[in-house]
Design a protein around this ligand. Structure first.
Ligand code: DX5
Ligand code: ZN
Length: 215
């Protein structure tokens, strides 16, 4: 199991220091990009990724909650993003996959809680990562929606049956209580925002989530 702290809940005024605090316990860093349209909230974009890039060796996983990801992919690649995760709700993601491959950036696909798992299954052969949202995207600190675990189980079964190397990530409401449920259902990567960065000691909080997930 891998842990991906989400910087959405970090203090943006000292982001480099916040990332340094969790560097030893994180496997990758989750970067929540919101445009105020696809979701009402407005966060960060390629310039912040470019600023983080020289400050950390962590894999930068960029979750694009934006209406028009296509216009941003070149900028994310230039900024040093290691992977971009695009929403299946926007329609045919294949042109985005093609562009990401051409740029040498990893390919992730994400589905919101109301979106059936059938919407992502046709793309499993073409992606590196499937992200299953366990909250409706927009804000950190929301309650975990346990019903999405059925989608994780279905995707896990399909990935294993096809012999694919696609990793499954889950995002939203992950803490010491929900992490074991996600891992049991078949998740490889857990995103945790508020449970890590809103804790007094983010590294200790990240270790506690890992320990809980390991059972
Ligand atoms: C939600 C974002 C999440 C968010 C998770 O829209 O996609 O990545 O940071 O935050 P927590 O872990 O607090 O639910
Ligand atoms: Zn996210």
């Amino acid at each position: 199991m891998k842990l991906a702290p989400s910087i959405l809940s970090a203090d943006f005024a000292c982001l480099g220091d916040e990332v340094a605090r969790v560097a030893e316990v994180a496997d990758l860093l989750h970067v929540d990009v919101m445009d105020g349209h696809f979701v009402p909230n407005l966060t960060i974009g390629p310039p912040v990724v470019a600023s983080l890039r020289p400050r950390t060796d962590l894999f930068l996983d960029c979750h694009l909650m934006v209406d028009n990801p296509g216009v941003l992919l070149d900028d994310f690649a230039k900024a040093g993003a290691d992977r971009c995760i695009v929403h299946v709700e926007l329609g045919d993601p294949r042109p985005l996959f093609d562009r990401l491959r051409a740029l040498g950036v990893g390919v992730g696909l994400v589905c919101n809680p109301p979106t059936p798992v059938d919407a992502v299954l046709p793309y499993l052969d073409e992606i590196d990562l499937l992200l299953v949202m366990s909250v409706n995207p927009g804000w950190g600190g929301q309650a975990f929606i346990p019903e999405v675990l059925d989608k994780v189980r279905a995707a896990r079964a399909e990935i294993d049956a096809r012999g694919l190397a696609v990793e499954i990530e889950i995002d939203g409401g992950i803490d010491v209580a929900t992490a074991p449920l996600a891992v049991d259902a078949g998740c490889d990567i857990l995103v945790a925002g508020s449970a890590v960065f809103r804790a007094a000691d983010p590294a200790a909080a990240a270790r506690a989530i890992r320990a809980a997930a390991a059972g």
